[in-house]
Design a protein around this ligand. Structure first.
Ligand code: NDP
Length: 295
């Protein structure tokens, strides 16, 4: 049995697709791994690969100095971590919470951990399960630097890049929220685009290479927008907001002519028209972020 001073042991709580990928990567890297999941049975193949299957969550956390929890959200991680037996077993040990939720929930969990003598780091995983254990995985971490450095060697067994974003425990979740905002609004736009294209007789397969071309335009635009926002420049030279409004109106009209809900694009168009109404029609699109951020 490992003790909590064993630096090469880890417990993984939560064996959904991501928790299983994490536990598998730890095992592949030779880290002694104890696993537990609320619904029994999910640990079976991991145990066949060498994991210790714990009978309870408190037995699981007692097996290692470091516990990684990866469940659906913080209601779920609270349900696991805040039972009396688990909280008691965690005293003096470290929890890294890689479940996704809000920055506020991360800060509140850190307060709870501190009140119970539990050392706490928060984190976010920015890539799919298939990347875990490979160079393509992206992990973000936040919380006490010294604690992060102490557990970094084991965390790096998960492969990919690990970035410590700072001591503010909510910072990893803040990045996660912002990055998933980009992802989900892009995916909602893509779903809408496929529906409108299909109504015009264009298949998803036909559109794909051109859709990928549009995605490829974005990285340099993100860089330019960041410069604009940091410098307060908002130059619309060559591509003013008024032009965006006109393009968006064409999309709304085409969509609605086919009876397809254009709500995603109508919302975007509304943001743009508000900026124009405030006198920013000749500015670039990055002005929208400044207008939205006004309180
Ligand atoms: P889910 O988000 O579906 O989480 C499933 C896990 O949560 C299971 O272990 C499940 O246990 C557990 N769970 C749910 N409710 C409770 C509860 N009340 N008490 C205890 N355990 C509970 O699947 P993933 O594994 O994919 O995701 C885990 C986290 O990783 C999420 O926060 C997700 O956003 C994040 N993530 C996932 C990615 C992916 O590609 N899958 C990519 C990046 C981040 P049970 O089996 O008993 O139901």
């Amino acid at each position: 049995m490992s003790t909590h001073s064993d630096q090469s042991a880890v417990t993984v709580l939560g064996l959904g697709p991501m928790g299983r990928a994490l536990a598998g990567a730890f095992l592949d890297a030779g880290v002694r791994t104890t696993v537990w999941n609320r619904t029994p049975g999910r640990e079976r193949d991991l145990v066949e690969r060498g994991a210790d299957g714990a009978r309870s969550a408190h037995e699981a956390v007692a097996a290692s100095g470091l516990t990684v929890v990866c469940v659906v959200d913080y209601d779920a991680s609270d349900a696991v971590l805040r039972s009396d037996a688990v909280t008691a077993a965690l005293k003096g040990r470290t929890v890294v919470n890689l479940s996704a939720d809000t920055p506020g929930r991360a800060r509140e969990t850190a307060d709870w951990a501190a009140a119970h003598g539990i050392r706490y780091l928060d984190g976010a995983i920015m890539t799919p399960t298939t990347t875990i254990g490979t160079p393509a995985a992206v992990f973000l971490h936040s919380g006490p630097e010294e604690l992060y450095q102490q557990h970094r060697p084991v965390l790096e067994a998960l492969g990919g890049s690990h970035t410590h974003l700072g001591e503010d425990i909510g910072r990893a979740a803040a990045y996660d929220i912002a990055l998933l905002d980009i992802f989900w609004t892009a995916m909602a736009g893509y779903a809408h685009a496929l529906a409108v294209a299909r109504a015009e007789g264009v298949t998803a397969r036909e559109l794909t290479p051109f859709a990928q071309g549009i995605a490829g335009i974005l990285p340099p635009l993100f860089q330019q927008s960041a410069e604009d926002i940091e410098n307060g420049g908002f130059s619309g030279e060559g591509n003013p907001i008024t032009s965006a409004a006109s393009s968006m109106a064409h999309i709304v009209h085409t969509s609605e002519a086919h009876g397809i809900d254009a709500g995603v694009m109508r919302t975007a168009e509304g943001m743009v028209r508000r900026a124009i109404g405030l006198g920013h029609g000749t500015d670039g699109f990055s002005r929208i972020a400044e207008v939205l951020g006004r309180r």
